[in-house]
Structure formats: structure tokens, C-alpha cells
Ligand binder design. Structure first.
Ligand code: GLN
Length: 451
């Protein structure tokens, strides 16, 4: 205390100690908070309060952020339009979809924590006109996040712009020994190396012309004049990704949700009077049939079937094969290797190989850009076409890649039209940027050009 020069010690600067000091954060209701209930949008956990904060909540609080509240979600994260919740559906505030995107769009918080298993950050972001980042799988801790499908579940961030996502992402991008899928420091370092090398291919001129780029990114071939080279690529397994995703996600969900047994925690529905009070099987059946909503029960049945002896080869294993094919497709088009699967070269100073830009489109791409969703926000009454909405987001989930949805600026001649029912009508449109594993910073940087 009171040492001479203390005020000049840069390490004590408030901005470094509390980089999120002015930031308010809403938390999706499947992420544990000890001061607020964590219901997962389910009757099963309606009154559940966690005895601890999820690592992500703790990290953000430690960085100075204020946690303002919990946001509604589809039950246990199953859905994309926030219509399968015990608390009712979320209404899109753009015109006054998931609760976290709606909270950001409505200005209720600066940043929202979400989870994305197959698109639940990117799709609501696209529908509500916000930015939403699904980071590389394994970068951000899942400790204290209620599992839906562990091999796909990823915690991410939503905000009105990328400038607000970046500091929160940096606070969360840390190894956590409590999460067995958290990626170790060495691999993170190798990924940072990849990102830095790729940034050489994104000259500052590209960013200087951001408004032009955002209008032309899809429709115009003149991007190369801004410094980027547009290459068409083929990801032929994409068409199988949706089916594989639903088999894998449902199988993992059926196993994860077995823990809600009416005995240990959460809802407990006792057998009706007159029946055998000692029967735990009755408690189990009553609790699960009343505690889970229709969509969740459907997924558990599908998942249990996919894992049954008769169906295992044809469904579960087949879906895993497709997952590998999707992964291979991405690896083929990206300029850099996936550091999770590549081996460290003998030459420690150049552990990652960059393929030459003169090569054909295969292996020459730094990021992929595509629309986030097949349509603008669907009307509540039309949500039955639910599963198809995920067709563009699940490939990056299966491959564990970083993917960012950013709102595309309105194209003047289209912006005057009345908004409404998901048919390209003046409602927000999200553009997705997908990068190789661990190139999250680069993905955010490219996103800044589009937003
Ligand atoms: N719609 C997808 C599903 O229901 C994705 C959900 C999510 O990302 N949480 O599984």
C-alpha cells in the first residue's frame, strides 16, 4: 500500500483489472447462476437454483461485468426459435427469437451469453439483427452449463456489434480444468499462431471500405478490389449434415437427460394415492412425463432409438461417419490445418503449414461466408418448419468451428419494404463467417467488415 509510483503501475489500471466494468450481461437460462434460478425453460427445473456459478459467469463477473438476468430459451436448448419453453415463446423485438438475442436487440443488456449446439446463437442473432459468435468448440468452458448434446454444445456471445463481443470473448477464452473438453494452453497457442498468419491475408484496405463490402459481399464480384479473393468452394457433405446432426444431438440428449429422475433434484411427481408409494419407477415415469415438454420427449425417444442395438449401426454410427465427412470437407477448403488433428512439426517456429495461395480453391480459403439462415425470422404460427432452419448452421457445429453471424446492412432498394413473415421482406438478414478451428479472432475481424 502507498508505494511511490503505484498510480503509474499499468497493471493496476482499472481498464485492465475490470475490462467489462461498464458491461451488462444477460445469461441464457441453461447456464448456472447461484443468485438466480436456472430453469432451462423446463418444468423439470422450474425451481432449481444452482449452488455454484458456471465458469463463464464467474469469469465475466471477475472481469467487472454486471449480470442483469436470465433469458428464456427452448427447453434444454432444443429448438431455434424459442417456442418450446415452459415460460412461453419469445417475441422478436425487432418489430415492436431466442431470449438472449431478443434481450440484446431490445437494449436490455450490452451482451448476452448463449449456447449454440446447432445454431441457437447464430439463428436468433440473424432473426433479431444482432451479432452472435459461436466460438471454436473447446475454447470456452462448459462447466456449469446444462448439457444438451456435449459434443456439440458451445457457449457463445451475442451483442449489437462485434466491438462488444470481443472483450467478453477475451475474458472467456481461457482453459478451465473443470471442463474435460476445455482445450489446453499449448493447442490454444498453436491456434493463435494460425490466426496471426492468416491475418496477413486481410490487408487494412479491406476494412477501410467496410460499408461497400457489406453491400457487395454476396452480390458483387468486386470484392477482390478491396483486397479479398472470392473463391467458390464445394462442401459436398453439407446436404447430409442436418440429418446427422439430429441423430447425434438426440442420442446425446437422451443420455444426458436421464439424470432428471425425480429423485436427486428438480421436479418430483409422486405416484398417485393408492399406488405403491415405494415404487421409484412410478416416480420416474410420472416426473418425466410431466416435467418434460413434447419436443424434449420426442428427441429422447428418437435418441434412445438411434442408440438401440438394432438401429445403432444404421443411425448413430452412420451419423458419426457423416460428421467426419463434413469435417473433412472443411479441412479440404481451408488454407490452414485443423490444429486439433495436425501434429506439431519438428520445426517449432513454423508448426502450421500454410498452403500456397496459387493453389486451386481447395485448401486456399481463409474464411467461408454464407447466409446464416434460409429465411428471415419466421412467424410464430409457421414455426413447424423448425428443423430445416438449422440447415446452414449445423455443419460448423458438427466440425466444432468458429462461426459468427452478423447483420448485413440493409440494401437501399430493399429496405423500404414492409416486414413480416420470413420471406426476405426488410427484416434483419444475418451473414455467417466460418473459420478453421481456433481462428476465432480472425472470424471476428472479418465480421467487422460485414457489420
Ligand atoms: N435447433 C437445433 C436443435 O434443436 C439447435 C439448438 C441449439 O443450438 N441449442 O437442436
Amino acid at each position: 500500500m502507498g508505494k511511490v509510483g503505484q498510480n503509474h503501475n499499468i497493471a493496476n489500471h482499472p481498464a485492465l483489472i475490470s475490462p467489462l466494468k461498464e458491461c451488462t450481461i444477460a445469461v441464457k437460462d441453461n447456464i448456472c447462476t447461484k443468485k438466480m434460478k436456472t430453469s432451462c425453460g423446463s418444468a423439470m427445473l422450474r425451481d432449481f437454483t444452482s449452488p455454484f456459478d458456471a465458469t463463464v459467469v464467474k469469469l465475466l463477473s471477475d472481469a467487472g461485468a454486471t449480470i442483469t438476468g436470465k433469458t428464456n430459451c427452448d427447453e434444454f436448448g432444443m429448438g431455434s426459435m424459442n417456442v418450446h419453453s415452459v415460460h412461453g415463446p419469445v417475441v422478436n423485438p425487432f418489430n415492436f427469437s431466442g431470449g438472449s438475442a431478443a434481450a440484446v436487440a431490445a437494449g436490455m443488456c450490452h451482451v448476452a451469453l448463449g449456447t449454440d449446439t446447432g445454431g441457437s446463437i447464430r439463428l436468433p442473432a440473424s432473426y433479431c439483427g444482432t451479432a452472435g459468435l459461436k466460438p471454436s468448440y473447446g475454447l470456452i468452458s462448459r462447466y456449469g452449463v446444462v448439457s444438451y448434446a456435449d459434443s456439440l454444445d458451445t457457449v457463445g456471445l451475442l451483442a449489437k456489434d462485434i466491438a462488444q463481443i470481443e472483450p467478453a470473448f477475451q475474458s472467456l477464452n481461457k482453459y478451465d480444468h473443470n471442463d474435460p473438453t476445455s482445450v489446453d494452453e499449448k493447442t490454444r497457442e498453436r491456434a493463435r499462431d494460425v490466426s496471426q498468419r492468416l491475418e496477413e491475408y486481410f490487408p487494412s484496405e479491406l476494412y477501410a471500405s467496410s460499408s461497400i463490402l457489406s453491400l457487395t459481399i454476396i452480390f458483387s464480384p468486386c470484392l477482390h478490389s478491396l483486397g479479398a479473393t472470392i473463391l467458390p468452394v464445394s462442401l459436398p457433405s453439407t446436404k447430409y449434415a442436418l440429418s446427422a446432426y439430429y441423430v447425434i444431438a438426440s442420442a446425446e440428449a437422451s443420455s444426458n437427460l436421464a439424470r432428471y429422475d425425480g429423485v436427486r433434484y428438480g421436479l418430483r411427481v409422486p405416484p398417485s394415492p393408492g399406488s405403491d408409494l415405494t415404487s421409484t419407477a412410478k416416480i420416474y415415469a410420472n416426473t418425466r412425463s410431466q416435467g418434460f415438454g413434447r419436443e424434449v420427449r420426442k428427441r429422447m425417444l428418437l435418441g434412445t432409438y438411434a442408440l438401440s442395438a438394432d438401429a445403432f449401426d444404421n443411425y448413430f454410427l452412420q451419423a458419426q461417419r457423416v460428421r467426419q465427412m463434413v469435417q473433412n470437407d472443411f479441412d479440404r477448403v481451408f488454407r490452414v490445418e485443423n490444429v486439433l488433428y495436425s501434429t506439431v512439426s519438428q520445426d517449432e517456429s513454423h508448426p502450421i503449414s500454410l498452403t500456397s495461395s496459387s493453389e486451386a480453391a481447395a485448401g486456399a480459403v481463409d474464411v467461408l461466408i454464407h447466409p446464416s439462415a434460409i429465411q428471415t425470422a419466421p412467424l410464430l404460427k409457421r414455426y413447424l418448419i423448425d428443423y430445416v432452419q438449422d440447415v446452414l448452421t449445423v455443419p460448423a457445429s458438427l466440425a466444432g468451428l468458429p462461426a459468427l453471424s452478423v447483420p448485413m446492412k440493409p440494401i437501399p432498394e430493399h429496405s423500404e419494404q414492409e416486414g413480416g413473415d420470413g420471406d426476405g421482406d426488410g427484416w434483419p438478414i444475418g451473414i455467417s463467417i466460418v473459420g478453421q478451428w481456433g481462428t476465432d479472432e480472425l472470424v471476428l475481424k472479418v465480421g467487422r467488415v460485414v457489420e
